[in-house]
Design a protein around this ligand. Structure first.
Ligand SMILES: Cc1cc2nc3c(=O)[nH]c(=O)nc-3n(C[C@H](O)[C@H](O)[C@H](O)COP(=O)(O)OP(=O)(O)OC[C@H]3O[C@@H](n4cnc5c(N)ncnc54)[C@H](O)[C@@H]3O)c2cc1C
Length: 374
């Protein structure tokens, strides 16, 4: 077969998920290629809030609660390995984080969710505390009078997400990954001992493939006997001008980046495909942020953006290998920052070894067939 290019494994998509997997694969010694799309693609990795977040993850899905917790615990090792390969410090900070409640109803809901997750994981989920208004203000003197309490977990943190993206791309090149921008894959054909990937760029042969193409996974998955049902989930973020350090900790919706800007987010819209930011959503985000931290009213908002999450129908990740076309893997998730450590250090070595471990079986896309048929 006269093919121009070939590789041991091709990762389709060079966002946070694809880049973390490609770096992890290259670390195992595989000849790895990344075929990425273009700048006009929806790219969640350039739009996120940068939390390494565990609190509240995995309600009625204890495997997801523990998977998120394990990734947060792996993050320091991951960040150090990434810095060694890329020379880039991603500004990981894991000093714990708050989820603020502006009504007793909200506080009750936070408490009930965290209690349920703790019970469903037999106490193995991340530790947490439910704080009164007084205790919240004692720990965070800048908190406003409208805050009636908070949930706090020491497991949560944040990073500089754009630097994480840059570090992963630098590190994967350092490990010899062949990265091809503007190589959108249009078709995948399973062929003898591998896969033919085709697009405007021509054709590439890969012995194995990993689909990590974000929202386009839904379309590509069907070409290799996989399934990735996604739903719309748009998030919007505001960023203020840079200012002196205000908060030592992050929170679910307000964080100060290491560079000084305060990020406020993030919303969820499920019934729109329009990428433009929405002023009404901005107003809600800003109003809530100022009620939590009144000092934010002094700052100018300098930027705002929206992005689409890569969110499956049940909100949980998908990790699977095709039964009909072995060698074709898929990775889909809406917490690509939090889970980056797991992707690089756990999932990639398993893919390199040829099979995902049984621990990941609950994340197989087969679960959707069950729910669709029931
Ligand atoms: C507003 C918002 C806030 C978020 N906050 C957080 C957070 O705080 N913490 C957290 O952990 N996560 C957060 N996320 C989620 C996180 O950003 C995503 O989980 C992650 O970026 C998904 O990465 P990805 O690589 O799967 O997808 P993407 O970033 O969408 O990347 C997909 C890549 O595939 C390429 N591609 C698409 N189609 C093809 C094709 N056919 N061929 C080749 N390449 C293709 C695209 O060009 C793109 O580069 C947030 C997301 C949003 C939108």
């Amino acid at each position: 077969m006269p093919l121009l290019d070939d590789c041991d494994i091709a990762v389709v998509g060079g966002g946070l998920v694809g880049a973390a997997l490609a770096w992890g694969l290259a670390r195992t010694g595989l000849k790895t290629m990344v075929l990425d799309g273009g700048d006009l693609d929806p790219r969640a990795s350039r739009a996120n809030f940068a939390l390494v977040w565990v609190q509240g993850k995995g309600l009625h899905a204890p495997h997801y609660a523990l998977w998120s917790k394990a990734s947060a615990e792996r993050w320091p090792t991951f960040a150090a390995a990434l810095a060694a390969d890329s020379g880039i410090d991603v500004a990981l900070s894991q000093r714990g984080a708050f989820s603020f409640a502006l009504s007793q109803g909200e506080l009750g809901m936070l408490a009930a969710e965290l209690e349920t997750i703790a019970a469903e994981t037999n106490g193995a989920a991340a530790p947490y505390e439910i704080l009164t208004a007084e205790e919240t203000r004692r720990r965070l003197p800048l908190v406003g009078q409208d805050v009636v309490g908070a949930a706090y977990s020491p497991a949560d943190g944040h990073v500089n997400s754009l630097r994480l993206f840059h570090a992963l791309h630098t590190a994967m090149r350092h490990r010899g990954v062949d990265y091809r921008a503007c190589h959108a894959v249009e078709r995948i054909e399973p062929v003898d001992a591998g896969f033919r990937l085709a697009g405007a760029f021509g054709t590439i042969f890969a012995r194995r493939i990993v689909l990590a193409a974000g929202i386009d996974n839904q379309r590509l998955a069907a070409m290799v006997g996989l399934h990735a049902p996604l739903k719309h989930s748009k998030g919007q973020i505001l960023v203020t001008e840079k200012c002196r350090p205000l908060f030592e900790h992050t929170s679910a919706t307000i964080r100060q980046a290491d560079e000084g800007g305060v990020m406020i987010g993030d919303s969820e819209e499920t019934h729109t495909t329009a990428i433009a930011t929405n002023q009404e959503i901005s107003a809600v985000l800003a109003n809530r942020a100022v009620r939590v931290f009144p000092c934010l009213a002094e700052l100018n908002v300098v930027r705002s953006w929206a992005g689409f999450r890569v969110k499956t129908r049940d909100g949980l990740p998908i990790y699977a290998q095709s039964a009909s076309h072995p060698g074709a893997f898929i990775a889909v998730c809406h917490s690509g920052v939090t889970l980056a450590a797991n992707h690089a250090l756990v999932v990639a070595p398993q893919i390199a070894g040829g099979a995902l471990s049984s621990d990941l079986a609950p994340f197989h896309s087969g679960r959707f067939h069950v729910s669709e048929n029931s």
